[in-house]
Design a binder for this molecule. Sequence first.
Ligand SMILES: Nc1ncnc2c1ncn2[C@@H]1O[C@H](COP(=O)(O)OP(=O)(O)OP(=O)(O)O)[C@@H](O)[C@H]1O
Ligand SMILES: [Mg+2]
Length: 218
Amino acid sequence: MFVLNNVAKYYRDGDSKHWVLHNFTHDFTKHQYICVAGPSGSGKSTLLNLLCGLISADEGSIQFRRGEEVIQLGTATPTVLREFRRHRIGFIYQFFNLIPTLTALENVLLPLELTRQRHLDTIARERLHQLGLGARINAFPEELSGGEQQRLAVARAFAHNPDVILADEPTGNLDRDTASEVIELLWRETARTEATLIVASHDERVSARCEDVLSLAS
Ligand SMILES: Nc1ncnc2c1ncn2[C@@H]1O[C@H](COP(=O)(O)OP(=O)(O)OP(=O)(O)O)[C@@H](O)[C@H]1O
Ligand SMILES: [Mg+2]
């Protein structure tokens, strides 16, 4: 899906530049399950934000490929990037990032509404049932356990059938058993939708199951 060539990214630190990624080259098109590992501060979240075009690289190129479709993230217009994110990408975060004022059903409806699909309500309900949240459709996030919240986040990320799931430490805030459950779901949903999963994680159970493990150095 992604081909990165000599990518570099820095953040400004007063007058100096703090380089996070340097000469980073990688072909993400060869595998379906990819883990981004590395110590805290090595740039895992930065890399995921670059892949979805939320931030731009300071050097090098990031290309998104899907069949004939090619998007150069560095030169794409804001409209192209927005559509790319809406249709192609699903996100999962460590702290779930659910919208607290929306119910479970409404949280899953949100990405569907952005892609202007039909029969949204039926799709959203079906997804929630598939992820074991059928009985909690009208619950608000704060009424759900951590594991349920992350399952809801998984349902939301996959709702619009994205080509790529970017997951940033999806098990980082869960106990061991709940983390295992979420890992199973992530793998199951990725296989079902034939998406590519790019997951930043310290969890050995995640990296052990990935076909490609990228280690970023601090
Ligand atoms: N918006 C920002 N402005 C300035 N510096 C930033 C910004 N975002 C990240 N950094 C710095 O860039 C480096 C890489 O951060 P990043 O969040 O990508 O690391 P990470 O590998 O995801 O770490 P963790 O495992 O703790 O989540 C860190 O030193 C961080 O302080
Ligand atoms: Mg991070």
